[in-house]
Design a binder for this molecule. Structure first.
Ligand SMILES: *Cc1c(COP(=O)(O)O)cnc(C)c1O
Length: 230
């Protein structure tokens, strides 16, 4: 049975991405172990996600609270050591659900949300890692705090709300070279004393690793295309 699993497309996709992560890290003089692979399982068919779990992968990303709530509690029963990160936008009124469901939240991008998360963490007695999401290309349609306002939001998260801030997250503009945006995010993280950098997706994770990514969020390169195409 395990041999069949070894040959599943998802298992093969995971192996390729892991190999490329290791090669990119080594080329950058970094320890491959310092780059966490978040397998972004949003919208993927259940059998693909189970294939990744059976292949031994334990770190996943979802972009919607409701989808994750429908999917992960049952899978956590079968795979108790799994960790799930929220990589998508979070509404303030879902902060409590997010705190109970996720092991990290990559989309803290405003004061009101930081306050709601702090309240939810106090009530639930759970403290998922937080990443402050930066709108690194200053695109009007994207969420994230403006680069110029990031230091102030990081300070508020830490000092006013006492959130466990692990790092910064960004999605660079789709149609441009991602490298300068990754470099800028790394610079903002460094001046705030933040070690975590959630950056890099299927199309650019090797570039992100070159600029110090600690968390790559890879979906289609592992699982194949999403049914909705998003
Ligand atoms: C969907 C998504 C990803 C994964 O994208 P792929 O191109 O499939 O690797 C990564 N990060 C976020 C925030 C996403 O919404």
């Amino acid at each position: 049975m395990s041999e069949t699993n070894q040959q599943s497309p998802v298992s093969a996709g995971l192996a390729v991405v892991r190999r490329r992560i290791a090669a990119a890290a080594e080329a950058a003089g970094r320890d491959p172990e310092a780059v966490a692979l978040i397998a972004v399982s949003k919208q993927q068919a259940a059998d693909r996600v189970v294939a990744a779990l059976e292949a031994g992968h334990r770190l996943y990303g979802e972009n919607r609270v409701q989808e994750a709530a429908a999917k992960w509690p049952a899978l956590r029963d079968r795979f108790p050591d799994v960790r799930v990160h929220l990589v998508g936008a979070l509404q303030t009124n879902k902060a409590r659900d997010a705190v109970t469901l996720f092991d990290a939240i990559h989309s803290v991008d405003r004061d009101r949300l930081a306050r709601a998360l702090a309240d939810a963490m106090d009530r639930e007695g759970r403290r998922p890692d937080c990443f402050v999401q930066v709108n690194i290309g200053e695109e009007p349609q994207k969420s994230g705090v403006a680069p110029a306002d990031t230091d102030a939001l990081v300070r508020a998260c830490r000092e006013t709300y006492g959130l466990p801030v692990a790092g910064l997250m960004a999605i660079p503009p789709a149609d441009r070279d991602a490298a300068p945006y990754f470099a800028l995010l790394a610079e903002i993280a460094a001046r705030n004393g933040l070690a975590g950098l959630s950056m890099g997706m299927s199309g650019d994770y090797e570039t992100a690793i070159r600029f110090g990514s600690t968390h790559v969020r890879v979906g289609t390169a592992i699982f194949g295309a999403r049914p909705g195409g998003h």
